[in-house]
Design a protein around this ligand. Structure first.
Ligand code: SF4
Ligand code: SF4
Length: 99
C-alpha cells in the first residue's frame, strides 16, 4: 500500500483499513458531495443517448446513475467533463454554471 510521511517517519499502510478516513480514502466518496467544485455541468440529451453507459463507467464520482437514460446527480458531479469527453455519441453537452 502507499506510504505517507509524518514527522519525518515513513508510515506504511498494510491494508486499506489502515488508511485514515480522508476525502481521498476508498469508500468515502458518498459522504463527500463534490458538487461545490463545479463550474460547468454536463447535461445528457435523451434523444441522442444510445444507453451505452460509457459515461457511467468513466465518471470518477458516484454522479451518473444507470437509469434510462442515465442521469447526473449534481450533488456529486464535480464538473470534470470526463463524461462529455468519453461519450461516443455526442449525447452530453456542457453548460456553464450560473447561466
Ligand atoms: S456515454 Fe453518451 S450515449 Fe452512452 S449512455 Fe452516456 S450519454 Fe448516453
Ligand atoms: S462531469 Fe465528471 S463528475 Fe460530473 S458526471 Fe461527468 S464525469 Fe461525472
Amino acid at each position: 500500500m502507499g506510504k505517507k510521511q509524518k514527522n519525518d517517519q515513513p508510515v506504511e499502510f498494510k491494508s486499506i483499513k489502515d488508511m485514515p478516513d480522508t476525502p481521498t480514502s476508498v469508500g468515502s466518496m458518498l459522504v463527500n458531495k463534490t458538487s461545490t467544485w463545479r463550474s460547468i455541468r454536463p447535461v445528457i440529451i435523451d434523444e441522442k443517448c444510445k444507453r451505452c453507459m460509457i459515461c457511467w463507467k468513466y465518471c470518477p464520482e458516484p454522479a451518473i446513475h444507470p437509469t434510462d437514460p442515465p442521469s447526473v446527480d449534481y450533488n456529486y458531479c464535480k464538473g470534470c467533463g470526463i463524461c462529455y469527453e468519453e461519450c461516443p455519441f455526442d449525447a452530453i453537452i456542457i453548460e456553464q454554471e450560473g447561466k
